[in-house]
Design a protein around this ligand. Structure first.
Ligand code: SAH
Length: 360
């Protein structure tokens, strides 16, 4: 049988297969179907990290699997806990030595995990640390899942919400992200409702439309950050490819297909996009669309000169939107004391390890 999910050395990436695919694979090894059920349960329900923990699977089959297949299990190499709000940042090592970061945020309504979808990112947004060294590779579905599995396992508490807002552009790793959504939602796995999943994109228009056609109940978040193309182009290179008008069309289509309200993210940068005029333009842009705006005080990174808007500017911006009936919230800055912004922890880890290896 043809399997699409493989790691570098050609072995099958077992955890990226859905139950039917796993069954076909196990049957292709001359084994009975119920073995696939057992293995699926060990991986996606009991969250084991190695083949030897699969106690009811015969050792002969486990040996065959070890030879031909890979069981993805991320290794935590650093965990930072915020003293302010208990947010935890995890740095995980992948099988090929790459590192990614994930964040656990505790809210009243449950535990939310922010996962990465790629190692690095190629979108080049000016305020973002994830993109400074480009995109190294896409994450496999199993590698997105295991961020959630390892965090749930290490805390012993159920993860109820997922946001794909870590490093990477999920719509640039479309097929693997869709497979991740299928697996995380599976009743045979963590069974997380897609209503509790948010996918954030900088605005890859054809992919947004493709996603809309799947009619999933996920929340789509658009990283807008500017109310007109001229300004957006100075902040986000993707604005040279797709105009705001095209993005708004795609959002309307998404809403039509799914009935789900759109979220817009708007990171406020001092003197750049936090002016009265910007607020006015933003109001004109979204009025009449069923949406929610999330204002994020930009988290400055040392490689760029963007500064966070001051409190008054943030409140004035919010009030102006609210007065016009727009749903708007200011995102609480979670984990500000622990390399809060996307990609900052990974970046500081890479710099540390680079420094220590060049000092050797
Ligand atoms: N590539 C996707 C998801 C990753 S980023 C996207 O663009 O949506 C998640 C959100 O955090 C995006 O809205 C992104 O623009 C924003 N972001 C990234 N770095 C930031 C920073 N330093 N300060 C504030 N927001 C940031």
């Amino acid at each position: 049988m043809e399997i699409n999910y493989k790691i570098n050395d050609g072995r099958v990436d077992l955890k990226s297969l859905n139950a039917d695919e796993l069954t076909s694979y196990i049957e292709s090894l001359g084994e009975k179907k119920f073995r696939a059920n057992q293995i699926y349960q060990w991986m996606h329900e009991k969250l084991v990290t190695d083949f030897d923990s699969m106690k009811n699977v015969p050792s002969k089959l486990l040996d065959t699997l070890k030879e031909n297949a890979h069981l993805t299990a991320l290794t935590p190499i650093r965990v930072q806990t915020s003293k302010i709000d208990g947010t935890k940042k995890f740095l995980f090592k992948l099988y090929d030595g790459n590192v990614i970061e994930s964040v656990l945020m505790k809210y009243h309504h449950g535990n939310s995990v922010c996962i990465s979808s790629q190692v690095g990112c190629k979108m080049g947004c000016r305020f973002c640390a994830s993109t400074l060294d480009g995109c190294v590779r896409n994450l496999l579905p199993s590698e997105m899942l295991d961020q959630v599995y390892r965090i749930q396992d290490s805390t012993g508490e159920r993860v109820s919400n997922i946001v794909i807002m870590g490093s990477g552009e999920p719509m640039d790793n479309y097929d693997n992200v869709c497979k991740f959504l299928e697996l995380i939602n599976s009743p045979k796995g963590l069974n997380i409702s897609l209503r509790n999943v948010t996918v954030s994109t900088c605005g890859l228009v054809p992919r947004i439309k493709q996603l809309a056609d799947l009619k999933l109940q996920i929340t789509l978040a658009i990283s807008l950050h500017a109310p007109n193309d001229t300004l957006r182009k100075t902040m986000m290179p993707i604005a040279n490819k797709y105009s705001i008008e095209e993005i708004m069309d795609a959002c309307r289509y998404y809403l039509e297909q799914t009935g789900r309200r759109i979220s817009f993210e708007y990171s406020l940068v001092k003197g750049v996009n936090d002016t009265k005029e910007c607020a006015r333009e933003l109001i004109d842009l979204v009025t009449g669309l069923n949406c929610h705006i999330n204002l994020i005080p930009v988290n400055p990174i040392k490689e760029r000169d963007y500064e966070q808007s001051n409190k008054e500017a943030i409140m004035a911006f919010k009030n102006k939107l609210e007065k016009c009936g727009i749903n708007v919230t200011i995102r609480r800055e979670m984990g500000r004391d622990i390399d809060g912004a996307c990609g900052q922890l990974r970046k500081s880890y890479m710099e540390d390890s680079h420094e220590s290896s060049s000092n050797d």
